[in-house]
Design a protein around this ligand. Structure first.
Ligand SMILES: Nc1nc2c(ncn2[C@@H]2O[C@H](COP(=O)(O)OP(=O)(O)OP(=O)(O)O)[C@@H](O)[C@H]2O)c(=O)[nH]1
Ligand SMILES: [Zn+2]
Length: 388
């Protein structure tokens, strides 16, 4: 509210009238609410669902959820996590919205118990088995919202009304806007800053920052040499779409190959007459976020590989959208590229977003004695094109 009235009904700028921007803003707010343990209301065409993240909800959030609920809350879990909690296979039902709903005994309806049900890295013997019940409408959007917030995809959920949510001052967000968010956010990426940053391995480098209209973390393009010139002259510059890896890129972790891939790509672009572009994408852990990647690592230390560890958390093997990279390349005027990668999904993903990948350049580094299993899994289970 302002002294001039309600911004929702009296837009003061073009941006606040744009339905895409309004949707992005609301979804981003909803993510932040879940992250701090506050419930939000998902609005669908026929029903509403109040949800709170099992990982963050506290006593107040539980009380607010109960206060807005029309029925008993259930726990929504991704099917793999539900199977682990129930200690039996969970057959797929056609209308399950990619989630399993469990009715919890009162002993498990408390924040600490919910956290342990959500998190496979926490060992817990259940006093009573939860009962599988039918999945409420909008469960898929609920799981998607938790994932967007880089939380464990596990939510406590109950049918609710908009009036009750308003009375409790809970944020309401359209389920369809949650599902559309990754694509909508990617298409609003715009250049916001640019600077010359000489690098150890490439003196003639510039960084261009891109921001989406949601207020999320910026993605960066590192331009080495003059790739725009090469593109404008009909060439296809070297491009690497590099998902950020705090542990590998910054700390030199030996668990993965990201550090050598990052520095190696920049060195290679510096040597290429056409230069190159390294997209440094805010998609840590293949899109699951750093905290979940650390959880995945701890599961890998118990014997799971990188793919099964992601699934045990309730995430997919790869949660990235390549539309981010494609939008940045288009904004830079580079729609024909040679891609530095071993990952065929990246080639297909960029091609599906309208980028012409005219060639692939292998980008493999020798195992280091720690990441050998990780590299093997990439070849065997992700189909990466790695040398024998
Ligand atoms: N979830 C998860 N992410 C990881 C793990 N190890 C590395 N990553 C992340 O994976 C991303 C890099 O993806 P990779 O699959 O190694 O490589 P790629 O970029 O898809 O393929 P290339 O182009 O061939 O390198 C970075 O964001 C890393 O943080 C892991 O064990 N689990
Ligand atoms: Zn890494």
């Amino acid at each position: 509210m302002t002294p001039h009235g309600n911004l929702a009904t009296e837009p003061t700028s073009k941006a606040s009238r744009d339905p895409h921007v309004a949707a992005l803003r609301q979804v981003h707010r909803a993510m932040a609410e879940l992250r701090r343990g506050t419930p939000v209301l998902l609005r669908g065409p026929d029903a509403c669902l109040a949800v709170a993240a099992a990982e963050t909800v506290g006593a107040q959030g539980m009380a607010e959820l109960a206060g807005s609920a029309l029925g008993a809350p259930v726990l929504l879990l991704a099917p793999v996590r539900a199977a682990a909690v129930l200690q039996r296979p969970v057959p797929h039902a056609p209308d399950d919205e990619g989630a399993v709903a469990l009715r919890l005994p009162p002993s498990l309806m408390a924040p600490e118990a919910l956290r342990s049900l959500a998190d496979p890295t926490v060992e817990r013997i259940l006093p009573e088995a939860p009962e599988r019940v039918s999945v409420p409408p909008l469960a898929q959007a609920a799981i998607a919202l938790a994932k967007l917030g880089r939380l464990l995809p596990a939510l406590i959920a109950a049918p609710a009304t908009e009036a009750a949510a308003e009375r409790l001052d809970l944020l309401t967000v359209a389920a369809e806007d949650v599902l559309a968010y990754p694509a909508t956010a990617a298409t609003t990426l715009a250049r916001v800053a640019e600077a010359h940053v000489p690098l150890e391995d490439a003196q003639d480098s510039r960084i261009v920052a891109f921001r989406a209209a949601d207020g999320g973390i910026e993605h960066l393009a590192i331009l080495v040499g003059r790739p725009e010139k090469s593109a404008a002259a009909g060439g296809a510059p070297l491009v690497r779409a590099h998902s950020e890896c705090f542990t590998g890129d910054l700390l030199g972790s030996l668990r993965c190959d990201c550090g050598p891939q990052l520095r190696g790509a920049i060195t290679r672009m510096a040597q290429d007459p056409g230069g190159g572009v390294l997209l440094y994408l805010a998609q840590e852990g293949r899109g699951i976020g750093l905290v979940n990647k650390l959880r995945a690592y701890s599961l890998q230390d118990t014997g799971l590989d990188t793919l099964d560890a992601n699934r045990a958390l309730g995430y997919g093997a790869d949660e990235r959208t390549f539309l981010v990279a494609a939008t940045m390349l288009r904004a830079l005027g580079m729609e024909r590229v040679r891609l530095l990668t071993n990952n065929p999904d990246k080639i297909a993903g960029l091609a599906a977003c309208g980028i012409e990948v005219i060639g692939r350049e292998a980008h493999a580094f020798d195992p280091n004695g720690v990441n050998d299993g990780y590299l093997k899994t990439k070849a065997l289970r992700f189909g990466h094109l790695l040398p024998e």
